[in-house]
Ligand binder design. Structure first.
Ligand SMILES: Nc1ncnc2c1ncn2[C@@H]1O[C@H](COP(=O)(O)OP(=O)(O)OP(=O)(O)O)[C@@H](O)[C@H]1O
Ligand SMILES: [Mg+2]
Length: 411
């Protein structure tokens, strides 16, 4: 019962009339639990124009997914309950390596779990008992070829880089960078990587409640052999599906050369549509390709004497010639009780700030305590960060846009 290669085939054929719709849909039904798999099979059994293979276990090795699933199936239906964490990785892997439409089913109707799997790439999520008409509708949608843009895959051109830099420690770089990354991923559904280069010990992963086995130290130490697959093995996936290359959890002994950072950014851009970098307040990386003209730099500052003084120096010394590729963010902004008015702030910054992230202590504190991302809520901080992300990715301004949820089900 635990051999993924053990499968039973069954075929039935009927020619469709619309040539853009597949005439025979090949389906993999993967479910270690006999009862739940049977329940799904019973609904599928009545359908014509399908070719079904049942699998009584999950694939044992995710690296084999391109061979075992690859282009063999139009639809892959997976029991989410037997090993949810593994299935989450399995869904993400299938969606990134195969054009198949992935659907999940579960004995529980757990909305959080459903959203989690949808964010990994599943197009449908069914709770048992099944409604045959819902399954039929989902299979009909799956039989219509998907637009290439909705398939998660490596970008055809180099990914866009967004660098977050603080004018002083504690300005809010990690808070804004991590939540911007989640917003970019959830708003665009395109592959997105957050790289934490914060020093001395970056905490983007910690803020997102993640435990990472590998870090930037592994990538930068072995940069000569860094390629897309090696980078992939160092990534930790956040529950939203965002890819994170965390900072090391121990103080690094050596400082890697700038070419190590250049290589990391080059490989990241080859592999992801969007690359977001938490650069802390690192001036030492200013000559690396992280700060190339092609990157957009978000300079995070607060409205304090030293922060504005530093912002002025950063802009005049490093970014004076940048146009839209420098975006200035005032964090913890309140319109009252400021030491400076808007005209004085603009003068110090040599230009108006592009974004104002409100001061919201209770949201920041609560989300830190629960390690749940601000971006997934509808607080004032989240709304502003989501606007920043949508603007960065060329999406229309949706000031009041709410989190995507069940609209993704296509129902
Ligand atoms: N808009 C905000 N409103 C309220 N609190 C905020 C806001 N932005 C950040 N904070 C809080 O400020 C503190 C510092 O934020 P954060 O760790 O993001 O800063 P940082 O610039 O990354 O710091 P470091 O220099 O240590 O890397 C955190 O406790 C965070 O919750
Ligand atoms: Mg930080």
């Amino acid at each position: 019962m635990n051999d993924f290669r053990n499968s039973r085939g069954r075929e039935s054929h009927l020619q469709g009339t619309d040539p853009s719709i597949k005439s025979v849909l090949s389906i993999a039904l993967i479910g270690p639990d006999e009862d739940r798999r049977r329940a799904f099979m019973n609904v599928l059994s009545g359908r014509q124009s399908t070719e079904i293979q049942e699998f009584t276990s999950y694939p044992t090795n995710l690296d084999d997914v391109p061979q075992t699933i690859g282009n063999r199936f139009d639809v892959v239906i997976i029991d989410a309950d037997s090993d949810p964490d593994f299935v989450f990785d399995l869904v993400a892997r299938i969606c990134s390596t195969s054009p198949a439409c992935v659907m999940c089913y579960s004995g529980e109707s757990d909305v959080k779990q459903a959203v989690r799997f949808m964010r990994a790439g599943a197009r449908e999520y069914f709770a048992l008992p099944l409604v045959p008409a819902e399954v039929a509708g989902a299979l009909t949608r799956a039989s219509i070829p998907q637009a290439a843009s909705t398939v998660v895959q490596a970008p055809k051109t180099a990914g866009q880089v967004f660098v977050f830099l603080g004018t002083k420690g504690g300005c809010g770089v990690t808070t804004i960078a991590a939540n911007f990354a989640i917003s970019v991923f959830t708003e665009t559904s395109q592959s997105t990587l957050l790289i934490d280069l914060g020093q001395p010990l970056g905490d983007a992963g910690l803020n997102l409640g993640m435990v990472a086995n590998y870090s930037t130290a592994n990538a930068l130490r072995d940069y000569a052999r860094l390629d897309g697959s090696f980078l992939n093995t160092l990534i930790t996936k956040h529950e939203t599906g965002l890819a994170v290359l965390a900072a090391p959890s121990e103080f690094p002994k050596d400082q890697p050369p700038l070419e190590a950072f250049d290589r990391l950014i080059a490989i990241a851009r080859q592999s992801y549509h969007y690359v977001i970098i938490d650069a802390g307040s690192r001036v030492d990386l200013m000559d690396s390709s992280i700060f190339d003209e092609s990157s957009t730099v978000y300079l995070i500052t607060q409205v304090g004497i030293s922060e504005l003084r530093n912002a002025n120096r950063f802009i005049s010394q490093y970014f004076g010639l940048r146009g839209r590729s420098l975006q200035i963010v005032l964090n913890r902004y309140t319109s009252s009780m400021l030491l400076f008015d808007d005209a004085q702030i603009t003068k110090a910054l040599t230009r108006p700030a592009h974004w104002k992230v409100p001061d919201d202590y209770s949201t920041a504190r609560r989300t830190l305590a629960t390690a749940s991302p601000i971006a997934l809520e509808d607080s004032s901080i989240a709304v502003e960060i989501r606007m920043m992300a949508r603007s960065a990715c060329g999406l229309p301004d949706e000031k009041k846009s709410r989190k995507k949820s069940f609209s993704l089900f296509g129902k």
